[in-house]
Design a protein around this ligand. Structure first.
Ligand code: NAD
Ligand code: DAU
Length: 350
């Protein structure tokens, strides 16, 4: 059995990646390394925790000694590195935690793998998961391609850009086996309710104001999280050594149009009169340095590896809204921090 290390597998995207890999590849032993920060939640992957090809390890990607031991124990074939601080607003109020996890954590992980794999780099793969935000912001036209110059504008995107540069530098300097992907905004079940979609869905449900930054004219390119997980599977197995692949939904929405769409869906779901939820929309102070528009050109991934997103936006929103409405307990646990109790019960008392 090949040992594969997934970092950040208790987070939003990581949990979907793990579920897909554990179910699809019984010949892999998937090791999920996660520190369980506020964003990590083992309930996200409760359905696969008893599978024989899955192991959870609590730990910090910044801890060199811990990683050395982990690599000794598991002899990893490959790594899919998702662990990160991921929320732009938090990076504005607390940039240092982003520098620590996203930059120091990534280089500490690179070094652990480089040491463990020094005899045979070409038999391994280090896959770094990144974001379209490293490219900066677009005007009303154009798309980010793999050749777009980096121009990050928030502490979050600057820390992710820095980690991308380090990963690429290890390829050029040491011949270390890497692949990188940069994806647009994900949405779907299990996303922490600090991010736009789950926050709006929850606030509509609770009749709370719907905070829209600035004039709501900023544009994001939305992709259903399972389509991202499938792209990651494909790139991990078929991506070319040293290459970068952009992943996007070709699905651009201004924030205000999207919030209005969610209001319409929720009015129907909650049996409210048409227009009720939209009355909750509240324009608030803009995010500092708010990037205007992200839009991804994913033609390289589509042409070279045959990827295509499978879930339409209407279908994805329907699944997402239903999931949040049906998983009230998940939401309450996340909001109250009670998922820590779940971890204690499931693992520490065994
Ligand atoms: P998330 O915040 O939901 O999850 C991050 C996970 O990393 C959590 O489980 C957390 O506990 C873990 N973690 C944090 N610090 C750690 C540390 N020091 N050691 C070990 N684990 C640690 O994030 P997400 O939205 O799932 O994003 C996952 C990755 O994908 C990130 O690298 C992010 O930059 C990238 N990405 C996200 C999006 C998006 O729309 N969410 C889009 C493109 C790329
Ligand atoms: O583009 C990929 C990135 O998408 C990922 O790398 C990040 O990890 C992920 O968090 C996401 O970043 P954004 O900043 O685009 O996502 P967020 O959900 O925070 O915000 C989406 C848009 O909605 C953005 O223009 C800001 C706006 N917004 C957000 C919140 C939380 C609001 O108007 N009101 C809000 O309350």
């Amino acid at each position: 059995m090949k040992n594969i290390l997934i970092t950040g597998g208790a987070g939003f995207i990581g949990s979907h990646v793990i579920r897909n890999l554990v179910n699809k590849y019984p010949q892999y032993n998937i090791v999920n390394l996660d520190l369980l920060t506020y964003a990590g939640n083992l309930e996200n992957i409760a359905d696969i925790e008893t599978k024989s090809n899955y192991t959870f390890v609590k730990g910090d990607i910044c801890d060199k000694n811990f990683l050395t031991e982990l690599f000794r124990k598991y002899d990893f074939y490959g790594i899919i590195h998702l662990a990160a601080e991921s929320h732009v607003d938090r990076s504005i109020s607390d940039p240092m935690s982003f520098i620590r996890t996203n930059i120091i954590g990534t280089i500490t992980l690179l070094n652990a793998a480089k040491t463990a794999w020094k005899e045979n780099y070409n038999e391994h793969r280090f896959y770094h998961i990144s974001t379209d935000e490293v490219y900066g912001t677009l005007g009303s036209e154009g798309y980010f391609t793999e050749n777009t110059s980096y121009s990050p504008r928030s502490p979050y995107s600057a820390s992710k850009a820095s980690s991308d540069h380090l990963v690429r530098a290890y390829y050029h300097t040491y011949g270390f086996p890497i692949v990188i992907s940069n994806c647009s905004n994900n949405y779907g079940p299990n996303q922490f309710p600090e991010k736009l979609l789950p926050l709006i869905i929850n606030n509509i449900k609770c009749n709370k104001p719907l905070p829209v930054y600035g004039k709501g004219e900023n544009i994001r390119d939305w992709l259903y999280v399972e389509d991202h997980a499938h792209a990651i599977d494909l790139i991990f197995h078929k991506g070319k050594n040293g290459e970068t692949y952009n992943i996007g939904g070709s699905n651009e929405w201004t924030n205000i149009k999207l919030v209005n769409k969610l209001c319409e869906i929720m009015d129907v779901k909650l049996n409210r009169e048409k227009g009720t939820s939209a009355k909750l929309i509240t324009y608030v102070k803009d995010r500092a340095g708010h990037d205007l528009r992200y839009a991804i050109d994913s033609s390289k991934l589509q042409n070279d590896l045959g990827w295509t997103p499978l879930v339409s936006f209407d279908e994805g929103l329907e699944k997402t809204v239903n999931w949040y409405l049906e998983n009230e307990k998940w939401l309450q646990n996340v909001l109250s921090g009670d998922y820590e109790k779940y971890y204690q019960n499931q693992y520490l008392k065994r």
